[in-house]
Design a protein around this ligand. Structure first.
Ligand code: IVH
Length: 692
């Protein structure tokens, strides 16, 4: 064989091997840089020698050609679903039925495997001679869609199965593999990655997803696999069909999972096996699944209990579309159904209009829920949610409750479809929906509700940080007509306010001091507080590093702004169009007149030599924090001089971890990185860095 060809083959094997170590075993053997070098060498050889191309080369993971539409594929094995057991009693009944159906001498052999029920998109994977040949969606169970190109981009999916030698798990070097394998798995996305994705989409004004499941499903069904490749998709495999192994065929589900692991498939470590004698422990493990869910970085939809022996599975067979040998355990816990009484809309700071569900109050997980978000008009339309519907509502952790879907089977015909109103509910102006955007906007700058949200944001912690000034004050001052533009925050009629109920003496004095104090926050904070589209605290900082004052920034053109690193044309245009509007220029002039500081930090650097306590320290944020949003935590860290990055590495100094922290936490622990809670961060006042 030609030497180049050999090198290409060797590189493919090496890259696949290291991807498996990194993505599946979470135990890399070589540095990222060394891996990148191998990957790039392979890519460049493949470019120079198209004759060696192979659809299962690991370079395919960056995505391939555009698909026009997904072909239909008939499943070789029907993709069945699972019967549900809602609660302990149901689960016990399921076992009793097994005991009735199995002959007495078989009952002693009964054992179970319990595994998480992953909440993603079900996929069917097919391998021939060790090569990944077909990946399909479930579809209607008989016919699915061929999404092979997109699945090839999922890093944890083995493209080649190695031949295994008989002794434990040693992969031989040959790539050919006898036999045929059909298996099922779930493609999912970590909660953290989902939140991060939505946040960056939001910043760019692009489409967001309602939950990690929709995100995974949407990403797998993109026609351009290069975009799928950029999505943080992950895979668990959990069920084999037609396993023609080159080793002894497994006799139990447990063994087949072990074999899948040896073949390089991602198999979840949280599964456990119980004998029938250990039934009570099994019940304890299963009913406690919320604890597991809290700990794992991805969503679960319950637990699955399966009869372990394949011979017993076969004997038990199926009823209709469900296997008798398996059951999905769920608890109502965080979901409930209730009536959707009405749909209202809320005007946001940017003028974006969000539909909200008015619900017949219903207790979910110990809290009475009477409102839930409906995201945007498309969400309501796509799910066909109608006023009067019985809807499924979910409340997870401290996240805003949301309407998952209507129970259409309960409709009586009186339900009314909803349409986004044509006019703003607050100011009556015509609403506008820009083409290609999911959001609808009120473009009226003087819209009262919008103004309240703008003021709320202006005074918030990440922005001008005015102590004692919150939503209540914003609403009150806008309603009383004291605030008509943001500049009015600095000319409030204190004497009149003093006369308002609850604002006597000290309270007004404190508020006044807070307002006064905020004047010296500097240009970056003020720029952030203006709430210009795409300009959060990070972009504001980039911008103000280039200019001495906001006046200077105001006169810059798109070209100059786009040249700043980290500021693209989209941001540049947003800034320029903002300052093109006369009322916005007047606003800045007024701030200046009222003594608000418009100078950037670097223009003052000579006079403020103080190093911040977190200067030079790098933070990563993970999980859900008890009180701060991620943006707030970020601002906090940045205010104290620190930097926030997306992924944990040896360069990370601190991990700020909240609930549901996942792989980032594990990695940080491994690297011995100091882990902080929100409370520790806040209590430190930025002083932690000293002691680190
Ligand atoms: S076993 C023949 N195990 O849940 C039975 N299914 O409601 C094969 N699911 O779409 C299914 N996690 O794909 C099984 N650990 C797990 C699972 C699991 C998620 C999905 C399954 C199906 C749905 C059934």
């Amino acid at each position: 064989m030609d030497l180049t060809r050999e090198r290409v083959d060797d590189l493919r094997q090496l890259v696949l091997h290291h991807q498996h170590r990194y993505y599946v075993l979470d135990d890399p053997e070589i540095s990222d840089a060394a891996f990148d070098a191998l990957f790039r060498e392979l890519q460049s050889l493949e470019e120079q020698h198209p004759e060696f191309s192979d659809s299962n080369s690991p370079t395919i993971r960056v995505g391939g050609a555009l698909t026009e539409r997904f072909e239909k594929v008939e499943h070789q094995v029907p993709v069945l679903s699972l019967a549900n057991a809602f609660g302990e009693e149901d689960l016990r009944r399921w076992r009793e039925r097994l005991l009735r159906l199995l002959p007495e001498d078989e009952q002693a052999l009964l054992s179970y495997v319990v595994e998480p029920k992953f909440d993603g998109l079900t996929v069917v994977l097919q391998y021939e001679d060790g090569r990944f040949t077909l990946g399909a969606t479930r579809g209607d169970g008989e016919v699915g869609e061929n999404i092979t190109p997109n699945l090839r981009t999922v890093r944890q999916l083995p493209l080649q199965i190695p031949v295994l030698s008989q002794d434990e798990g040693e992969a031989a070097t040959s790539l050919s593999h006898p036999g045929r394998l059909i298996l099922r798995g779930e493609v999912y996305v970590d909660e953290d990655d989902f939140l991060e994705f939505n946040r960056s989409q939001e910043e760019r004004g692009e489409r967001t997803y309602a939950n990690p499941r929709n995100f995974a499903a949407g990403s797998l069904r993109l026609l351009d696999s290069r975009i799928s490749a950029e999505r943080p998709l992950k895979l668990w495999t959990y069920q084999t069909f037609q396993l023609e192994a080159d080793l002894e065929s497994p006799v139990s589900h447990w063994d087949s999972l072990a074999l899948l692991r040896r073949y390089g498939f991602p198999v979840c470590d949280e599964s456990r096996r119980f004998s029938d004698e250990e039934w009570e422990e099994l019940v304890g493990f299963v009913t406690n699944w919320h604890e597991l869910r809290q700990r794992l970085p991805y969503e679960l939809d319950g637990m699955v209990v399966k009869v372990d022996l394949l011979s017993q599975q076969e004997r038990l067979g199926f009823t209709g579309k469900d296997p008798r040998w398996a059951v999905a355990f769920k608890t109502g816990g965080e979901e409930a159904t209730t009536k959707l009484l009405d749909i209202g809309v809320k005007v946001g700071r940017t003028g974006a209009i969000t539909p909200n569900a008015v619900l017949d109050p219903v207790p979910i997980g110990g809290v009475t829920v009477q409102a839930a978000t409906l995201h945007n008009a498309d969400y309501v339309e796509e799910l066909d949610i109608r006023i009067g519907d019985t809807v499924l509502v979910k409340r997870a952790g401290d996240v805003i409750p949301k309407v998952l879907r209507p129970l259409t089977e309960l409709r009586d015909g009186s339900e009314k479809p909803w349409k986004m109103p044509a006019d703003c509910p607050s100011c009556g102006e015509r609403l506008v929906r820009p083409p290609e955007e999911a959001a609808t906007y009120c473009l009226n700058n003087a819209c009262p509700d919008q103004l309240v949200r703008k003021v709320e944001y202006f005074v918030s912690r990440g922005a001008m940080d005015i102590v004692g000034f919150g939503t209540k004050q914003a609403e009150l001052f806008v309603e009383s007509g004291y605030i008509r533009t943001l500049a009015d925050v600095y000319r409030l009629p204190w004497e009149q306010i003093e006369a308002l109920e609850g604002y006597a003496d000290k309270r007004v004095e404190n508020l006044r001091l807070g307002v006064e104090e905020s004047k010296s926050r500097g240009a970056t904070r003020l720029l952030t507080a203006l709430g210009i589209r795409f300009v959060g605290s990070v972009v504001a900082e980039l911008l103000m590093a280039r200019f001495d004052t906001i006046h200077e920034l105001m006169d810059a053109d798109v070209e100059t702004l786009s040249e700043i690193e980290g500021v693209g044309p989209k941001i540049a245009e947003a800034v320029v169009s903002y300052f093109e509007l006369e009322p916005n220029r007047t606003l800045v002039a007024l701030f200046s007149e009222f003594g608000v500081d418009l100078a950037s930090a670097h223009s003052l650097r000579a006079t403020v030599p103080d190093e911040q306590p977190f200067t030079g320290k790098t933070f990563v944020i993970t999980g859900t924090l008890p009180t701060l949003s991620r943006n707030e935590a970020k601002t906090c860290i940045e205010t104290w001089g620190g930097k926030v990055t997306g992924s944990v590495s040896s360069k990370t100094d601190f991990l700020l971890a909240g609930e549901k922290a996942g792989s980032k936490l594990a990695k940080a622990q491994q690297l011995g990185i100091r882990i902080l809670s929100e409370q520790e961060l806040l209590a430190s006042g930025g002083q932690i860095a000293e002691s680190a």
